[in-house]
Design a protein. Structure first.
Length: 248
């Protein structure tokens, strides 16, 4: 058999066959007078054994010892593979759960699923696409900066904002915040800050320990400021600075 024939019989590509030769897992057969390799049935059997081991996840560098019967610890290798497969199954199960959550809540897949309910409520409130995108980007960055350990703290805060009690107030504030701009007077910004503190202050303090956001270092907090500088106007940034200063 030539290389194409043996590869076809084994269900692999000629390129794979050559790779096996290069790494030494499949010895190269002698060449015929025409210069082409000539494969025998024994070569096909070894190729089929390699393919079988590969389907089990056996690393190529471990195969020669197994194929030649010199590996004295095949059970240990199988135990290791079993542990790796179990871990992969757990990872895929968690991934499917996240996908199911995203689909159920109808949010974009690039948003942390733990914050999905908030964005579903916020997105249905009639807020401009630009403001919705800005809030999405800030939340994605914030979730990354606080890390897994503080994520439940952040989720608790967002869940409160999406609750039946607070969601209408949050969306009303979001709409008014979106209207802030060069025409906004300082007293209008002050009034909006005072309203926010009066309505949301107790909840923010109770959940966050008098901090509006989970603690992050100054350098990382600067990334949030940079993002807001790119997305918001002067009046909106002044409002956020006033609100954050109140809870600091």
């Amino acid at each position: 058999m030539n290389s194409g024939e043996v590869a076809r019989l084994a269900g692999v590509t000629v390129r794979t066959l050559r790779h096996y030769h290069q790494i030494g897992v499949l010895p190269e057969p002698p060449r015929a007078a025409n210069g082409y390799r000539r494969y025998r049935a024994a070569d096909l059997v070894r190729l089929l054994r390699i393919k079988r081991l590969a389907t089990l996840g056996i690393p190529l560098d471990r195969m020669p010892d197994l194929l030649d019967g010199t590996d004295q610890r095949p059970p240990e290798l199988l135990d290791q593979l079993d542990r790796e497969l179990a871990a992969e199954i757990d990872r895929l199960t968690r991934q499917r759960e996240v996908i199911a959550q995203i689909r159920a809540e109808g949010v974009a897949p690039d948003i942390p699923p733990e914050l999905g309910r908030f964005f579903a409520v916020f997105g249905a409130a009639g807020v401009s696409p630009e403001m919705t995108a800005a809030d999405r980007d800030q939340s994605i960055l914030l979730a990354h900066l606080v890390g897994e350990q503080a994520m439940p703290h952040l989720v608790e805060f967002y869940e409160l904002l999406a609750s039946d009690e607070y969601a209408p107030r949050v969306t009303a504030f979001a709409l008014r915040f979106a209207e802030l701009g060069p025409h906004s007077r300082a007293d209008e910004v002050d009034a909006l800050v005072e309203e926010f503190v009066e309505i949301f202050g107790p909840a923010v303090s109770a959940i966050s320990g008098s901090n509006m956001l989970p603690a992050i270092d100054e350098k990382r907090a600067g990334l949030l400021d940079d993002l807001r500088d790119d997305q918001l106007n002067d009046a909106q940034r002044a409002y956020l600075a006033r609100v954050q200063a109140y809870f600091t």
